[in-house]
Design a binder for this molecule. Structure first.
Ligand code: ZN
Length: 196
């Protein structure tokens, strides 16, 4: 249990915005003000991108380290007695995996929707630092084909890079909306010259 670590406290420690929005924090993964810490079980959950985890998971993912290292850092930061490493329950692991798979389906849709060199899968694969083979397996949801570390790192990278909420909005929109988007988005604006 990590109940003695306050998520707001940890946000400050991690250089994240700790501002309270009626009991929620701004989610470090999707940016929405939907990150809710639950005091009774030491777990937090984002209602927008469905991220869930405890203080150790949060620290590990934001810092890009594994949970062992995160645990060691947190022990150093806080009173060692305050932290016990509680592994995820099977139910939590299933929920996280289901959320990842749902997210990845949207990412594939994103790549299909924005088929361009600078917004395509190859661009993000290079930025992720992972090989094409690893990246593609994760993108296709083949969690049995890659290590948990590669899975977590690539999914986290994509969660930070790809705005699924925006995509969901884009897909239901009409021309007037797109006119506004083209005006506001430099990359889209640049591409207009090809249509002259
Ligand atoms: Zn979120």
């Amino acid at each position: 249990m990590t109940e003695t670590i306050d998520f707001k406290d940890l946000f400050i420690e991690l250089g994240l915005d700790p501002a309270d929005h009626s009991g929620n924090l701004a989610c470090p993964f999707c940016g929405k003000k939907s990150f809710t810490p639950y005091r009774d079980n030491g777990v937090a959950r984002c209602h927008a991108c469905a991220w869930s985890g405890n203080a150790i998971n949060l620290y590990a993912q934001v810092k890009g380290v594994d949970t062992k290292e995160a645990f060691a850092d947190l022990v150093a930061l806080y009173n060692a007695k305050a932290i016990k490493l509680k592994p995820k329950t099977r139910k939590e692991a299933v929920e996280q995996l289901a959320s990842d798979l749902d997210f990845l389906a949207w990412v594939r849709l994103h790549f299909a929707f924005f088929k361009s060199e600078r917004m395509g899968a190859a661009h993000y694969q290079k930025k992720s630092g992972y090989s094409r083979s690893h990246f593609t397996k994760v993108l296709n949801g083949q969690f049995d084909k890659v290590s948990r570390k590669a899975w977590n790192e690539i999914v986290l990278f994509l969660r930070q890079a790809i705005n699924v909420g925006q995509l969901k909005k884009d897909m239901g929109m009409k021309a007037a909306y797109w006119k506004g988007r083209i005006k506001a988005d430099a990359l889209l604006r640049e591409s207009v010259s090809r249509f002259l």
